[in-house]
Design a protein around this ligand. Sequence first.
Ligand SMILES: Nc1ncnc2c1ncn2[C@@H]1O[C@H](COP(=O)(O)OP(=O)(O)OP(=O)(O)O)[C@@H](O)[C@H]1O
Length: 604
Amino acid sequence: MSDHSDQERRSPHEPDTLPPDIAQRARRLLFDLARPERTGYLVLVVILLLFGIGNAIGPALIAQAMDRGIPAAIDGDTTALVIPLAAFLLVTLATGVADFFGTRLTGTLAQRLMVSLRRRLFDHVQRLGIAYHERSTSGRLVSRQTSDMENIQVFLTGSLQETAIGLAAMGAIAVTLIVMDWRMAIVVFLGFIPLLWVSIVSNRAQRRNQRRTRTAIAKVIVHIVETLGGIRAVQSFRREDVNDRRIVEEDREFRNATAASLRNTAWFAAGTRLIGNLSMAAVLLVGGWLVIGDALQVGMLTAFLLYVRRFYGPLDELVQAFTMYQSASAALEKITAVIDAVPEVVEPTSPTPLPAVRAGGRRVEFDDVAFSYGDGVPVLPRFDLEIPAGQTVALVGMTGAGKSTLVKLLTRFYDPTAGRVLMDGVDLREVADDDLRRAVVMVTQESYQFGGSIADNIRIGRPGATDQQVRDAADAVGLTPFIRRMPDGFDTDVRKRGGRLSSGQRQLVSFARAFLADPDVLVLDEATAHLDIPSERQVQEALATVLEGRTAVIIAHRLSTVEIADRVLVMDDGRLVEDDTPAALIASGGRFAKLHGAWEESRA
Ligand SMILES: Nc1ncnc2c1ncn2[C@@H]1O[C@H](COP(=O)(O)OP(=O)(O)OP(=O)(O)O)[C@@H](O)[C@H]1O
């Protein structure tokens, strides 16, 4: 457990550094994902064994046909020739069938493994705490789910079957060689020593190369995702050329890493082929010598030559598969690091139910709370705060004062470093996630719109809501007149990021969503965008409707919002420096009064 949180703390800050035991963790993950399909894997092993045996029997039958069948046939007895030949045909046919079913089954198992891995990763990424997402770039997570996934897919569906079949054939042939003639077997296996050496050296280098390649391509993807995500800023500040130069750099690193990997593959391929051919020559030399000395028959020598071919033959494919395997395992390691990360905010195992809500929302308390982000710098020094049920509190203060941090504790995106946040007396750490999400809803600044219709976007507030309830919510916040003017009314597609909606309309959709969700506590990070006067009035009216009958904390950027609050909290450098009704604070002539004065002036 502490192991896991270590991992989460480490990975976002040093995203390219993986823990030393990552290879074992990746293997454990793979076994875990494969477990439900164990019968399939067992059948596959049997098929592969049959395939291997088929491969091993073939040359032995040929030896028999040559050494016994042909001399017997010359003497007039063809049976000794026909039987091994018929058996050879049968074995070839059976091997073909095993090959077919093996390939199909490997493909199916690989696809299922991919689907479970993808699902596990996506599910996990969604559930990882806001803390993780705030530290990790989304590009990196996109790269885990695209290019890394693809690498695993390429290996599993393309090369795994070659590898399995190749290894099965090699294993069965090795056993047969020993049984048939141990002297010749030793000659064949001698080639194994340099082969093992080449494999180990190349494996180490390739592992490094592939990790480097995965990191390099992740950087390219991060850059692309960032550029597209901030395309408006990119174009406004003419960042195109800078971005071009950066991507050229990143591509160069990717190219160098790939080139190193290719060099290694070439070296490994040439080495293994050379060893295969030398083994063939050695078998011919020793075998020929034994044949001359009458210690071996020509048929057996032919069989041995065929075995060497069949033994070293799959190596070509294994070399290819080996590179893909290295690439896939580097990708799997990166994915494992994400899947192994444990959210810092954990759901309680035996949650405390919240008491029944009274009309007017819930009481919120910050009891001796202090908070710092992972870096340990205190953002909120110890403080106490009580918000009675039904109160609307406006949080104001300079940028960086800690307003968003305070509401992140209330929504339990983070847990306080010290003290407790309570809702109707229950520590938020004791509340089940579902109860908490039902009780507290946060409307964010960006008023994020998902793909789909306007109705879909409102319904996010309460997924089971009827069309009538969705329409009522839109009515309540004054959104209906806008929707009527849209081409398909409630069914209008909001397109990417609400491209068809103005910022004011997006806020109203968010309000409708919150209205439909009907939380006990509403947290609102008000958009800073300046709205024109009619829109501002509209948003203000909608806000008043949404706030009714619940507790609310609003990060207020607009004077009009502060005016409808029951209470204003002024924050400065993480501290609550003023706390009273708007009127009292204006009268006291403190910070808020100054801020208010400046607002008034800007409106004049
Ligand atoms: N995820 C984070 N990790 C580390 N530090 C953070 C993180 N988020 C905010 N901070 C720091 O915490 C302090 C308070 O930030 P916060 O976002 O709460 O301020 P704010 O009052 O909401 O500002 P604004 O009005 O500009 O949104 C700032 O110094 C900020 O740099």
